[in-house]
Design a protein around this ligand. Sequence first.
Ligand SMILES: [Fe+2]
Length: 236
Amino acid sequence: MITLAPLCYCPCPFPASASFTSSTHLKMASSTTSSTSSSGLRNVVNLILDDHRRMERMFSEWDSTADAITKKRLALELIRTISLHGAKEEMSIYPWMKSHLPSSTGDIDHSIEEHATLKKDLAALEQLDPTDANFGATLRKSWQDLKHHIDEEETNVLPKLASKATPTQLNDLAERFENMERLAPSRPHPNAPAEGVGAYLANASAKVFDKVRDAMDDAKLSEEERKSMGTGTRRM
Ligand SMILES: [Fe+2]
């Protein structure tokens, strides 16, 4: 058994790539964290934080680019990353925390509610073409919701998980979080259950359809990219 190297001198078990605020305990650094400790054990918290930072980078890239095709690609990729991440949490750390850390049930229920709102936002976004005038405003609204959720998760949920779970449990959860990639859908499904056996079944079947739709979107985008080459009409 090992303990994770703390960043600060408080007894929290967060790794050295994290930085902490005085009141809320942590606000993770923007750099990529290492998910493996010196003992070879992995930590699900770091995997989740890596995803959060990746989503932040993707949004800021989307926000700063004027190239229409790049913007479309980034928007699609961001929706996929958010959807996968949320479903993986719902099938790994959330049920584990509810059963092993009953005091966190309120926080987890709140997180699931925020996921549900986000799925609705993203589903609305999917109905718009990225060139639509409302697309940018809708994506920004979704991002604000997600940022709020990330902040709360890093303030209320992850510190509890990191301080209560053993290194072996954090390692097992890291494996579970990654394995759930096989079941997690890459699109928002606001009407699908987020908990219990129903969530696993719904996610597994949705994933099959999502893969097909992703492939079709990618092919369409590649075709648009090919056509736009040399036309100089890629600015939105
Ligand atoms: Fe998260």
